[in-house]
Ligand binder design. Structure first.
Ligand SMILES: [Ca+2]
Ligand SMILES: [Ca+2]
Length: 470
């Protein structure tokens, strides 16, 4: 865009109300985040028992990415990277305690919603899009419950912890004697449905951040009733799996002591039931929003993006939660439906990571490209999921620990030089670390060239923040 046309364009933006409503060139965006959702959804096949009919029906409309990975396996750094388009290794935001705007690289970053706002979109949302403690009010024109608070409250059981594990904090699970309407996520989806039901004189960017299946796994009884604890399938775990993992990987796997406690209190089946129940509750919330979109006047010109911020381990590698660089903790959900662009029910097996979402939406909505974004638009893959794509997915956890995931391999290198290499053609559970075998030196080198060359110093931590375990 020339300087003159850019000025003319910006003055048009400033005139806001004169802009036309959404059309083919300026489609709406419905941006749905589901917190802590791993690949346990029907269309990704991560768990044989799970019931996610609504997420699956969204996948049936567009492209689901079978090898999508987070930028960081932790809420705040993952979301910060996705919403700013800047990698943790460039911003120094590696952990949950580092507010995005304290990073010198991100202090004045234009987030994805801000970029839409600058192009005349109505930008609103509710629930968890940014990490709970750091809601970034400047990203939104209106927000539910408010610009400063992104989480409506949730009911809790009378007696906590419900699972009997001492000092467990929110690592807990229980059915609740409440209706869906009493849940915070239901209230967030009510807000989003209200926005979808309105007619809009401008295109909109509408965010819906579902908190479940984040811990604690307290959801209405009917979702627990969908899964019989004594019959559900447990993850496949090899007791000696960590024997070939370097020290830093073992530290990440074992530091919480979760697996030992879960086994000691006989809670593994109950925990898996709680996670599955919470997933099905989140899926029901997604279904309400999709129903509202279908009934609204906006369905024909609204892009839907559904993503989760990382995966989750429930015992694999003796590890629980996210906070690690293996497949279960890093694989996330990414489904994109674009009217007129995506073909219904297609799957893409190219390796993508969360950095690509921002430039993809910039391209689809014809916003001004932003050269500082570190990802690459996925539009070529949305049009043709088999198209050539030469990038692996990069995930970073804490400073200078990275995973490079290509279609066949995962290569991990920790800050102290420790390495792991897994061959997904033969070992989808990543049981056998091949990094020490000389015949794989070349494979390791091919992956190592993608490691970030900059590892920014840690960004400042927030003061007076409750230490949050998850
Ligand atoms: Ca999360
Ligand atoms: Ca192993």
């Amino acid at each position: 865009m020339s300087a003159f046309s850019r000025r003319a364009f910006l003055s048009t933006v400033a005139a806001g109300p004169l802009l036309p409503a959404a059309d083919k060139n300026r489609p709406n965006v419905l941006f749905i985040a589901v917190d802590d959702l791993n690949d346990w959804i029907g269309c990704l096949g991560g768990h044989p028992d799970v019931k996610t009919p609504n997420i699956d029906r969204l996948a049936a409309r567009g492209v689901s990415f079978a090898k999508a990975y987070c930028a960081a396996p932790s809420c705040n750094p993952s979301r910060t990277a996705l919403m700013t388009g800047i990698r943790p290794s460039s911003s120094g935001v590696y952990e949950n305690r580092q507010p995005m705007r304290e990073s010198s690289a991100l202090k004045s970053a234009v987030t994805m919603p801000q970029h839409f706002m600058q192009h005349g979109y109505r930008v609103t949302g509710g629930g968890k899009i940014y990490h709970g403690a750091f809601p970034d009010p400047q990203s939104w024109q209106q927000y539910f419950p408010s610009q400063e608070k992104n989480q409506p409250g949730d009911p809790v059981p009378d007696k906590r912890p419900a699972n009997g594990i001492p000092k467990t904090a929110h690592f807990d699970w229980s059915a609740l004697p409440v209706t869906d309407a009493e849940m915070g996520d239901y209230k967030t989806t009510d807000y989003v449905i209200g926005e979808l039901n309105k007619s809009h004189d401008k295109p909109f960017f509408l965010a819906c951040g579902i908190y479940k299946p984040h811990l604690p796994w307290y959801v209405p009884q009917k979702y627990f009733d969908m899964y019989a604890a004594d019959k559900i399938t447990l993850p496949t775990v090899k007791d000696d799996d960590l024997d070939d993992v370097p020290a830093e990987g073992r530290r990440l796997a074992l530091r919480s002591g979760d697996h030992k406690k879960v086994l000691e209190f006989g809670q593994w089946r109950k925990a898996v039931q709680g996670y599955l129940a919470s997933i099905s509750f989140a899926d029901a919330c997604v279904g309400r929003v999709l129903d509202a979109l279908d009934k609204s006047p906006h369905s024909a010109n609204t892009i839907v993006v559904l993503w989760s911020d990382h995966g989750w381990s429930l015992g694999e590698k003796l590890h629980w939660r996210k906070f690690a660089l293996w497949e279960e903790a890093t694989r996330n959900v990414l489904i994109v439906s674009v009217p007129g662009v995506t073909k219904p029910g297609t799957k893409c097996a190219r390796t993508v990571d969360a950095l690509h979402i921002y430039p993809t939406l910039v391209e689809l909505c014809n916003l001004t490209p932003k050269k500082e974004l570190e990802g690459k638009s996925l539009v070529s893959l949305l049009k043709d999921p088999q198209a050539k794509w030469d990038l692996p997915a990069i995930t970073t956890y804490e400073r200078n620990n990275h995973s490079v995931r290509s279609e066949r391999w995962r290569y991990i290198r920790y800050h102290d030089g420790g390495e792991e290499l897994y061959d997904h053609a033969n070992d989808e559970m990543e049981f056998h670390n091949l990094a020490g075998k000389p015949e794989f030196t070349k494979i390791k080198q091919e992956h190592a060239r993608w490691l970030p060359t900059v590892n920014a110093p840690d960004s400042p931590e927030a003061k007076n923040l409750r230490r949050e375990p998850a």
